[in-house]
Design a protein around this ligand. Sequence first.
Ligand code: CP
Ligand code: NVA
Length: 330
Amino acid sequence: MVDLKGRDFLTLKDFTSEEIGYLLELAAELKKKKKMGVPVDTLRGKNVALIFEKTSTRTRCSFEIAAHDLGMGTTYLDPKSSQIGKKESIEDTAKVLGSMFEGIEYRGYGQEIVEALAEHAEVPVWNGLTNEYHPTQMLADMLTIQECFGKVKGIKLVYMGDARYNMGNSYMIACAKMGMDFVACAPKKYFPSPELVAECEEYAKLSGATITLTENVMEGTKGADVICTDVWVSMGEPDEVWEERIRELSPYKVTKEVMENGSDDAIFLHCLPAFHDLKTQIGEEMGRRFGLTEMEVTDEVFRSSRSRVFQEAENRMHTIKAVMAATLGA
Ligand code: CP
Ligand code: NVA
């Protein structure tokens, strides 16, 4: 019997495959109830703090809607208007917020910040994205894979692009935990760190997962069930790296040819936001400077029937609801 009451949710490293499976089942059940209009407001009277030191659309909305659906109140602390870090330490912030709220979400920079919050707050702390990990995103992706293929175990998932940042790291951990075949397809310098690979190899021994790192796009994506990518420059990185990233990661763009190299029913996932056209400020600027029409994924793939990115985005809310419900003991 899985019991996650009182637990923090900082990285999937801290969870067994059984616990992750439980969160996915709970999310599927909560999704079904939401669609049927069955209320699950069993956390009435509780409140959660949502700290965002980086911007967000999906994660913030998911936490707010999920909390409201569960009957809870929310307080949003934006990147500029709190004392966190500038005038007040993480330790003091954790003690203050922990005394008022039943749970705290944190999105920001180093993983050590969310870990310090968790250490000093006596309530569950949830990681809404750090430079290193994006664990709530992984649950949404796993739920989407489960919905598309009826299983996650044995699925071949290829991550293309910067595989040493939050999304690449998190996919490798999630796949290793859940018995999937993970491939990081990128130039060598963008491979996940050898330390994290070694840790994931240990999880893989337990789950039957495999981990492959390759620079070869056609070998890496051959027969893949899931092909995913992310932006080439993440939040908090300096603008100066765009030129180098575009040069080095362009061969790892997800194109129609890449998707066709996967299995017959291969799907495309992207945590979003995505640069699949020039209809954004940054997309327009990069398009103009470097003569591009898209970056990590072509507009054709993004809009194709293989693309499940909006199902994946919706699943952020259902899976975040499951995390809060499970750790707050709804
Ligand atoms: N995928 C994701 O975390 O989106 P946001 O940055 O909009 O929250
Ligand atoms: N790697 C991206 C993910 C955004 C959801 C970033 O950190 O900006």
